[in-house]
Ligand binder design. Structure first.
Ligand code: ADP
Ligand code: MG
Length: 246
């Protein structure tokens, strides 16, 4: 199992950002992590990547525990966070060299060459990051997540704000990465999950409301439509039903 979260809670003040969340992601799966704004997606990802500790609960990544083996966990994870923090004054290659240094990589040139090719950054590789379009900045964000060849990729809303062409290209990139890696990907877009994921976990107000394979989710949608006698309903409308506020 690549990721196991058991009874994870995170409390901010009196607010439960996560409330007893348990799920597993198997090796090689691409799992979509869905939920409205404020559902707890980023909080869960920050816990898995050891950026913040949970208030309660356990997480293990590739058999290593976040409490006792946080460095081993971090070695195995590539993380593209929601804000994609980059140094805009750095050149693309300079930034990737900097990240390679953080991971103590030995064959730096080769690793950078490979991720530049993989994320198709070739034509922009000599520019400053500040001069890149949002789509290319996301590619740099993905390149830094891939540089140490991690087993697990955690991508927090990686496609938000991309134009339709960038969207198609970026999804293809993630799909390619998913052939060799375990991917947990948060998004708001149902079609994106349909296009890329084997399974979807939907979270709402810190609680899991669905954890299904795509075919199970489709079955669920069909039976929900039947119960409503509304066959015109889209996946988005079913998502809305599962996560709407009362
Ligand atoms: P999502 O990524 O699904 O939009 P988040 O995990 O960012 O949701 O946030 C979940 C909830 O936790 C939100 O209500 C958010 O305001 C709250 N939250 C997140 N980080 C903090 C923090 N550092 N301090 C207080 N509340 C926070
Ligand atoms: Mg978020």
């Amino acid at each position: 199992m690549s990721i196991i979260t058991s009874n994870v809670s995170k409390v901010y003040g009196t607010q439960y950002a996560l409330n007893n969340v348990s799920f597993e992601v198997q090796k090689g799966e691409i799992v979509g992590f869905l939920g409205p704004n404020g559902a707890g997606k980023s909080t869960m990802m920050k816990i898995i990547t050891c950026f913040i500790p949970p208030t309660a609960g356990d997480v293990s990544v590739c058999g290593f525990d976040i409490w006792n083996d946080s460095l081993e966990v971090r070695k195995r994870i590539g993380y593209l966070s929601e804000s994609n923090p980059l140094y805009y004054d750095m050149y693309v290659k300079e930034f990737l060299e900097f990240i390679a240094g953080i991971y103590h990589l030995k064959n730096v040139k080769q690793c950078i060459g490979e991720v530049i090719e993989m994320t198709r950054l070739e034509i922009e590789q000599h520019k400053k990051i500040g001069a890149l379009s949002r789509g290319y900045r996301q590619r740099v964000g993905l390149a830094q997540a891939l540089i140490h060849n991690p087993e697990v990729l955690i991508l927090d809303e990686p496609t938000t704000g991309l134009d339709p062409n960038q969207l198609v290209e970026f999804r293809e990139l993630i799909r390619q990465c998913g052939k060799k890696k375990t991917v947990l990907l948060s998004t708001h877009i149902m079609q994106e999950v349909e296009a890329m994921c084997n399974r979807v976990i939907i979270i709402n107000k810190g609680n899991i409301v669905a954890n299904n394979t795509m075919s199970e989710l489709k079955e669920k949608v069909i039976s929900y439509k039947k119960s409503k006698r509304d066959y015109e309903m889209s996946m988005e409308e079913v998502f809305h039903f599962l996560t709407k506020s009362d």
